[in-house]
Design a binder for this molecule. Sequence first.
Ligand code: DP6
Length: 351
Amino acid sequence: MVYQATASAPVNIACIKYWGKRDTKLILPTNSSLSVTLSQDHLRSTTTSRADPSFSKDRLWLNGKEEEIVAPGRLATCIAELKKLRKELVEDKDASAPKLSTFPVHIASFNNFPTAAGLASSASGFAALVSSLAALYALPCSPSTLSLIARQGSGSACRSLFGGYVAWEQGVLDDGSDSLAVEVAPRSHWPEMHALICVVSDDKKGTSSTSGMQRTVQTSELLQHRIKHVVPKRMKEIEAAIKAKDFDAFAKVTMADSNQFHAVALDTEPPIFYMNDVSRSIIALIVEYNRVAIEKTGKRKAAYTYDAGPNAVIYTLQENVKEIVELIVKYFPQKDGFKDPFQLFAGGSVG
Ligand code: DP6
């Protein structure tokens, strides 16, 4: 008997950014965050897990290369938590269920996009890993329950357990049991939303999110202001904008929060710069595009956002996608068909 399961999880791109932990082991954030999960077709991780009593130990391959699983690291923690759930929820309840929690697992994961280029590969990666083990172990768990485990792999991964519009509620408990992802709205609520991903560089980024955000927690005064006085208000505003399908309000908050996240990175000692000149030129282009739109209709038509890297994500509605792609192609001439220095993963719809 072969015990094996495969699952995919897409990338999510935050509109209200997670940046800072109050507990680095359990990965509990200093603020709530909200993201949009992209469709499975574009940027995703696909993971296959197999349990077999003949395996000597747990092993994992990422894009064909073996990664060491070291306890009590993030990978080891996620695998251990899922085995524990298998035992408690399946094997202890049904004596005839195979004792998969006692078998070592082999896990193979592939991304269809560059790893660690600020494209949230750890988010889709840990979400796919948790989903594939949950399927292998036939766990009767909701996505929110699984998000508690994915969170311990990489904070932002908890949001990739859902499609559409997703909040990660920071929670208040010390054990993290209330720090989980919840659906704000399914994709079908606002299917006109699109994300254009402009790959400015697919190099591995200089400062990882994990180490960068801890330096910010330790040194930035601006972060304290953000946590207390800015994010709670913005979470309410963006949820209201999504529920009302108010793109202008969604765009305003999304861009403001991207700007403030990069401001707290700059307020870190030593300062962290994630955007480069091309990133900043794309901001200028979107600002000008919105200025013209506001003049005509009173409303914004696009929103940029940047994670811990130089790549731009532009949210817009379906009706504007063609116009924006044409503008970008015009102002950022492509070399070798969308390759270096500026590559466009065109029109990802929301998943
Ligand atoms: C800028 O989830 O990669 O993309 O929890 O340490 O693994 P760890 O960090 P990670 O940080 C993501 C930061 C961000 C913002 C966001 O996705 O909310």
